[in-house]
Design a protein around this ligand. Sequence first.
Ligand SMILES: Nc1ncnc2c1ncn2[C@@H]1O[C@H](COP(=O)(O)OP(=O)(O)OP(=O)(O)O)[C@@H](O)[C@H]1O
Ligand SMILES: [Mg+2]
Length: 383
Amino acid sequence: MNIFEELGGKNSVFKCKKYLDHRFLPDNLPHRDDQIKSVAKYWIEALKGVTPPDVTIYGKTGTGKTAVAKFARKQLESISKEKDVNVRVEYIRCTDYTTEYQVIARLCQQMGQDVPYRGWTKAEVVHAFRDLFKKNVFGKNLILMIILDEIDILLKNDGDGLLYTLTRTENVSIASISNYVDFKQFIKPRVKSSLRDREIVFPPYNAQQLVDILKERSKLSFEDGVLNGDVIPLCAAMAAKEEGDARYALDLLRTSGELADEKGSETVYEDYVREAKEYIEHNKVTDIIMTLPSQQQKVLESILYLTKRKEEITSGRLYDVYKEFSKGDSVSYRRIFDFINELEMLGLISTKTISRGRGKGRTNIIDLQCDTELLEDAMWENN
Ligand SMILES: Nc1ncnc2c1ncn2[C@@H]1O[C@H](COP(=O)(O)OP(=O)(O)OP(=O)(O)O)[C@@H](O)[C@H]1O
Ligand SMILES: [Mg+2]
């Protein structure tokens, strides 16, 4: 028997797994009506031929920001076609295109203009982009909506030049998506004032909302009756604890199903969800650590060391330990703050500022946000 037939013929609890994939965009997004309406309320201007205000979408990871933005894009595209209005919506994930140059080059490419990803000056790329409007490549009065997803790191590393350029291009409306509440600190006043932005906040999902989301998705993806009674509530409860992350909830459900298949079980049991949780967390931390530069890993190692000793971790103390660990090959004290920031954005640590009382100033305290054993395993595997 052919190996693929043999594997393919195996019984599975899944009807169609793709509906649990992150990239799948459902037609229905429970508990996001308000956010969808908020976006639509601004974007509707485009249908009247007016450039909509810029919007900023904030929220923690897995709260549906990307899904809502893509959903709104689909709807706007379809209605503008119907009404014959000249609107385009371009989506860019700024973790794939990490500088102003790259984003604008990508925009040009998506709009059919061949611009190289390197080699030109920034001015040349911007010029090519603006030419698309000047020369009416897409007809007169084009309104261009640009979704800049995951914009935080770009702003932090490349500055606000991208926003400066785009806000100064007529007929362009920006929707930036961020999960770092503080991201506006990277935008200078000259840009802030022209970014006529409206903020839309995405609160974390609670357990009940996650149940609704999972039910909907599981109907499409699992065979009838294979999920034991508490599987969905358990996935939802675990994800609600992880700051209401719907992606995590979906991962738990999918991995639990995969475990059932692996074990040859026709039912997904609650225990598989617990097993799935361990598996996912292990992978998540291992993946992050593998991509960290080695100096960054040393910083994390130092945090782990101090955490295990139950010491309070101030940046000063951290730097001392880090210097020991890196054996002379260390970066400056200032650079450590960048590392701390990045580790925080990755969700591996959290920081808080505390006041030591009158006259003693304020201190930054660092807390590890993942299990010490898990982290240790992952670091060990990586070495
Ligand atoms: N209301 C919802 N209904 C159905 N699925 C949802 C809903 N909200 C989120 N999801 C799903 O959960 C996953 C995560 O959502 P999404 O990618 O939109 O989160 P995000 O806020 O962009 O997160 P991040 O900040 O990490 O990019 C996606 O697979 C998405 O389809
Ligand atoms: Mg997203």
